[in-house]
Ligand binder design. Structure first.
Ligand code: SF4
Length: 810
């Protein structure tokens, strides 16, 4: 989303700004269950199970039960949302709403949800809060209480160093709104989910082919799916393409995964690879491609940079299938066969880029090797290969990014004497926009920050559950002077807050309009379905209220310490200077007004109205959109689809596939993907490599308390190889303690042959410690209680599959 930013016009000599675009202390939530009152809507006490027969209203919205944002039509009867149905008009979700999407109702009517603003009255992490008014909550953030200091004191003591506050956010459409607050506030410390999620795949593909392209699995004839468990981890329309539509027309699917997953069960061939050795597998596929001359040489000649270097590296290092066999555990003959089959199907062949978090320390190089292998067969920016797609434009809206003279740069840890050519960062070579969460937290705990960071704002984010080493995250939250959380549920992280600002759920708010790129691009909107219940608010309203409270008092601190502002004041009026520091500016308009402007300014008033009504818009939708069969729709005619948007070329600045990136070498990173002995899969005797993953009916910790979904998966079980289980006398559902160097967790056993004797596995997102989550509390085991905080060396992503654990029956 594009934002028009205002920046210090006095300093820059330009005129910037343009258009739009009380109560008693309690152990809080439990005693309030079911007693909520709504400012506008009424709160039912439990899940609605009957839809009734009265005439219902339908409101177009977007699901927020996972990242995919499928389109839904919410059925509303007498102010109650009684059903969520798929909206067939959205090309991205194609008339589909999965089990989690249907369970969105329970997110709205969960009796445990946060209902009122609260401030801490007990010890940090104890979960003792008192209910306050919104104004009292904002006041506590500004002025503190007897338990914690406020922003005013912190910024005064830190002499207006705005970076003394950290801002962090989870994925979501309103993350953009929260980021507006971060930018206006003037901190340099921003951490989001990227380094706990897709950072290495996005960056690996980004630097190699110029973008994180999608695999066109609907049209591919051959798909290698390695480490992406699409049949289980997330079930979206492209999952259906892969397993229903694709198989139905005879495409071949190769699953490469240490575990026998549902994806493996549905594939033509399953290769049980040793964890962390996928890079060796791809290098061996590349070796076969080169030595058997299977590559698309014309494509390479026209579009590659540094290919000869890479070819020589692969050949001289002798990355043969025979070399790869003992490393990966995959037979050499299978590697030969797959390389040949992939080449025969190319360019309608996809090495699926995946959508998972970082597993191993070599993940960035793995993604580079995958992208190069894909490109060697010409399958870039083409039907059946990797597709960049196109994106529809949206108008701009107003933002604010003042320059505070006293704001320090991002709190990285520079090496005192960096080796020649090294970037000088101690934790990782490159600091991306989203930062490295684990490295940042650890630096903070070890007092290695270049200045004091005193507090944090946390939006829709649960680092207590989602980041390796829970004990360290708890210590970080305890050490912060001021923690403000904005959330819908009393998560483990919320329990460590000083001030809790309750956001309404996605069905009660309008979020920033979003453009969805792809082969069939469109714009879609999450409309408010019903008014917010209890005293909850959308984040934009929360930030409007907060900034109205804090903006002027914080400007007084800026006036006191900021020499540039003092100069400006001597040249102009205070009102003129303050205009550039007025934190309320990004939140002046309602989200509905902003969305309308962003669409109407590009496509006209009618388009904006149509989007609001139908939830989806793209030019010529009226003409193109057709129902072809009971559950089959046309969004774009075939010839109008954006299979190719870049003439089949990569989108890197050089216009070439980057095989040998010399600038990486300057930062101490291998310029080409190579294998190192340290990557080999090794597990000490008596230990097991811990693998983690996702479940199709459970979105990490976000749905942990959802009663509807807990009917489908109530707790996680640990997969233990059957023979190992027998040796240890472990039976199904026995309680197992899993321990590593950093902690322990407990969950029930699932002895199975679907995992190797050297590994154990359990699904992420269970085992919350917040006792305000009636269903999620201590249900199952928390993987991040045992996953060690191992940082991937390039972008500082959390490497999730590098931990060895012990297990014992208790
Ligand atoms: S895949 Fe399911 S949970 Fe995710 S957005 Fe779509 S319907 Fe919602």
């Amino acid at each position: 989303m594009e934002v028009e930013i205002s920046r210090r016009k006095f300093l820059q000599g330009t005129v910037a700004m343009t258009v739009l675009g009380g109560t008693a202390a309690t152990n809080l939530f439990s005693s309030e269950h079911g007693s909520g009152h709504s400012t506008s809507g009424h709160a039912p006490e439990s899940v609605t199970t009957k839809t009734g027969t009265s005439k219902a209203e339908e409101v177009a919205t977007l699901c927020e039960m996972c990242v995919n944002k499928c389109a839904a039509l919410a059925r509303v009867e007498n102010g109650v949302v009684t059903k969520l149905n798929p909206n067939p008009m959205f090309p991205k979700s194609r008339n589909m709403l999965c089990a989690r999407g249907n369970a969105g109702l329970q997110a709205l009517y969960d009796p445990d949800r946060l209902k009122y603003p609260m401030i801490r009255v007990g010890e940090k992490g104890e979960g003792k809060f008192k209910r306050v008014t919104w104004d009292e909550a904002y006041d506590a953030i500004l002025n503190g209480t007897d338990k914690f200091p406020g922003l005013g004191k912190i910024l005064d003591e830190e002499k207006d160093n705005r970076s003394s506050m950290l801002f962090c956010a989870g994925e979501g459409m309103a993350e953009h709104t929260f980021k507006q607050f971060f930018q206006a506030f003037g901190s340099s410390n921003w951490l989001n989910h990227a380094s706990l999620c897709l950072q290495t795949v996005v960056s690996g593909y980004g630097v190699t082919i110029g973008g994180y392209a999608a695999g066109d699995v609907e049209n591919a004839d051959y798909v290698i799916m390695a480490g992406a468990n699409r049949a289980e981890a997330i079930v979206t329309p492209d999952t259906m393409d892969l397993f229903k539509r694709t198989k139905g027309r005879g495409a071949k699917l190769i699953c490469v995964d240490p575990r026998f997953t549902h994806t493996a069960a549905k594939s033509d061939k399953w290769l049980a690879i040793n964890p962390g050795t996928d890079l060796a597998f791809v290098l061996a596929l590349t070796y076969v491609t080169i030595t058997e001359n299977l590559q698309n040489q014309a494509y390479i000649d026209a579009n590659f940079k540094g290919y000869e270097d890479y070819k020589n590296s692969v050949l001289t290092n002798k990355y043969t299938p025979q070399w790869a066999e003992p490393i990966t555990g995959i037979k050499a003959k299978d590697i030969y066969q797959i390389a040949r089959e992939f080449a025969a199907a190319a360019p309608k062949a996809v090495y699926y880029p995946g959508r998972r978090s970082t597993f191993s320390k070599n993940d960035f190089q793995l993604r580079r090797a995958m992208a190069i292998f894909q490109a060697m067969h010409g399958g870039i920016d083409c039907k059946g290969g990797l597709v960049f797609g196109s994106k529809l434009k949206l108008g701009k809206h107003e933002g604010l990014e003042p320059l505070y003279a006293r704001a320090e740069a991002r709190a990285v840890n520079k090496v005192a004497h960096p080796e020649k050519g090294h970037s000088g960062y101690a934790d990782c070579a490159i600091v991306s926009g989203g930062g490295s969460w684990v490295a940042w937290r650890n630096r903070y705990l070890e007092d290695k920050m270049p200045y004091k960071v005193r507090g944090m704002f946390c939006y829709k984010h649960n680092p207590m559950m989602n980041m390796p080493n829970v004990k360290k995250t708890a210590a970080m939250l305890k050490k912060m002077d001021l923690v403000v959380t904005i959330d819908t549920m009393p998560s483990d992280t919320v329990m460590y807050a000083d001030v809790v600002l309750p956001e309404c759920t996605y069905l009660e708010r309008t979020d920033p309009v979003k453009t969805f790129g792809g082969v069939e691009p469109s714009i879609a909107v999450r409309n408010k379905v019903i008014d917010p219940m209890y005293e909850t608010k959308p984040v934009i309203d929360i930030l409007r209220g907060l900034t109205t409270k804090i903006s002027k008092p914080l400007f007084e601190i800026t006036k006191k310490y900021d020499e540039d502002v003092q100069d400006e004041l001597s040249d102009g009026t205070e009102a003129e200077v303050y205009e550039e520091f007025d934190l309320t500016i990004p939140f002046k308009h309602s989200q509905e007004e902003i969305n309308h402007h962003m669409v109407a300014s590009v496509y006209g008033e009618e388009a904006a109205k149509e989007l609001h009504h139908k939830g989806v818009f793209y030019p010529k939708m009226d003409k193109y959109y057709k129902q072809l069969a009971e559950n089959k729709f046309q969004y774009y005619p075939e010839k109008e689809k954006s299979y190719q948007t870049h003439s089949g070329k990569p989108k890197t600045p050089s216009g070439k596939i980057e095989c040998n990136i010399k600038n990486l070498a300057k930062k101490g990173i291998d310029p080409m993907p190579i294998w190192k002995d340290e990557y080999e899969f090794k597990v000490p005797a008596g230990k097991f490599k811990l693998l983690t993953g996702r479940h199709a009916q459970f979105t990490q910790s976000g749905t942990a308390n959802n009663a509807m979904l807990r009917d489908l998966i109530g707790e996680n079980f640990i997969w233990i190889n059957k023979r190992i289980a027998e040796q240890k006398g472990i039976n199904f559902a026995d309680t197992i303690e899993v321990s590593s160097s950093i902690g322990k967790t407990r969950l029930k056993a699932y002895p199975t042959e679907k995992i190797a004797p050297t590994q154990v596995f359990f699904v992420h997102g269970f085992g919350e410690e917040s006792n305000e989550l009636s269903l999620a509390y201590r249900s199952g085991g928390n993987d991040n209680a045992v996953i060690e905080d191992i940082v991937e060396p390039v972008y500082g992503a959390a490497a999730m599959h590098e931990t060895n654990v012990e297990i014992r029956k208790v």
